[in-house]
Ligand binder design. Structure first.
Ligand code: SF4
Length: 372
């Protein structure tokens, strides 16, 4: 089954490490929601024959939406698409936006998975990351989320300059004590056009070396594995049965349709993305024009590359699926690669799959570009 993605491109302020597309002009929310619903109404007909089993509100900050705004989007989705009653309906949220009544309202609307942008439970680290929330707020919100949600995820950003594994463990241990079923762990990156990148260039801060980053990644992965979390994608860890159904679609070459500025879609071997401009998006939709900026149909080689790289970042390449899709035997074509990856402890072959080890995940991008 396929997935639906809704991009909510608003934030209260810009975090210093973030290069996602969003606006801080919240006055545009009503116009945006009208345009988003119109985009859904105008395009849904193409997907009448398919069923969806995941809906994901990402951003930006979807938890900035009011109850009625969120309800109106969900109502539009339900009246335009065939959505399975067993769907995973997720929303990304920031701790400072949530209280008990908002969390209850999510449950009442059928949202059954919440992804919480905690990032750290150390106040100095949160200040470094320019986040609006603090440790106490986070702990209160985690307890509330746990009270109402069986399925939720906590995010951590690690490898801050000078951070040790003991610092990271302080945050992880509290995550683990709450028995959170899913953790997303991201290495801090210094993306262009962010304040952190500028500070790095101006030598106001320094970046951890690649060796330190690798050491922290391996320690974090091993620690979470030992405490009951399966490492099922480069940055994702879950208890059994709590993998993200929606995000897994990105990694398993499954169709998903995205709405809103900068949203990406993949359907019938075609990828496209909307313009990353809120003003342009709203204007185009209001003029009954398409908000799509770029669209490409993947040829056989491109499909193969995507399948291999996405599978390797996830739970590995399934030999049978590969053969069905590309009509060739992976084990024969890539015999040399399998041997190199295995002998360097970068991958293991088991139960009809080749899957990267933690050390392999660390080098996933390099492995993909070198061998595929
Ligand atoms: S990290 Fe999240 S909250 Fe911060 S600016 Fe980016 S999208 Fe907004």
């Amino acid at each position: 089954m396929s997935g639906l993605y809704l991009h909510i491109p608003f934030c209260s302020k810009r975090c210093n490490y973030c290069n996602f597309y969003f606006s801080v002009n919240k006055k545009l929310i009503p116009d945006y929601i009208s345009a988003l619903k119109k985009e859904i109404n105008l395009t849904s007909e193409k997907y009448h024959s398919i069923e969806f089993d995941s809906v994901y509100f990402g951003g930006g900050t979807p938890s900035l939406l009011s109850e009625s705004e969120l309800s109106s989007i969900l109502d539009t989705l339900y009246s335009n698409f065939k959505i399975s009653p067993y769907s995973e309906i997720s929303i990304e949220s920031n701790p400072e936006d949530l209280d008990e009544s908002k969390i209850k309202s999510y449950i009442n609307k059928g949202i059954n998975r919440l992804s919480l942008g905690i990032q750290s439970l150390n106040d100095n680290e949160l200040i470094f990351l320019s986040r609006k929330h603090n440790r106490i707020q986070s702990l209160e919100v985690i307890n509330l989320v746990k009270k109402y949600f069986n399925n939720y995820s906590l995010d951590i950003i690690y490898s801050l300059p000078g951070q040790t594994f003991e610092n990271i463990k302080d945050t992880l241990d509290i995550f683990i004590q709450t028995e959170v079923p899913h953790i997303s762990a991201y290495t801090l990156t210094f993306e262009e056009n962010t304040l952190l990148h500028k500070n790095l260039k101006d030598k106001l801060i320094s970046k951890n070396s690649t060796d330190i980053e690798a050491d922290l990644f391996l320690k974090l992965s091993s620690y979470l594995n030992k405490t009951g979390y399966s490492h099922y994608e480069v940055s994702s860890f879950s208890k059994s049965g709590f993998e993200s159904k929606h995000n897994s679609k990105y990694w398993t070459y499954t169709d998903y349709i995205g709405f809103g500025p900068s949203a990406h879609s993949f359907y019938k071997n075609k990828r496209w993305n909307n313009y990353s401009s809120l003003g342009k998006y709203i204007r185009l939709i209001n003029e009954n024009k398409s908000p799509i900026e770029k669209s490409i149909s993947l040829n056989q080689e491109e499909s193969k590359f995507e399948f291999l790289t996405l599978s390797l970042r996830h739970k590995g390449i399934n030999f049978d699926v590969y053969e069905k899709l590309f009509n060739e035997d992976f084990k024969i074509i890539y015999d040399d690669v399998i041997k190199i990856l295995k002998s360097n402890e970068l991958a293991e072959v088991k139960s009809g799959f080749i899957k990267l080890t933690d050390k392999g995940y660390l080098l996933a991008d390099e492995i993909c570009s070198r061998y595929f």
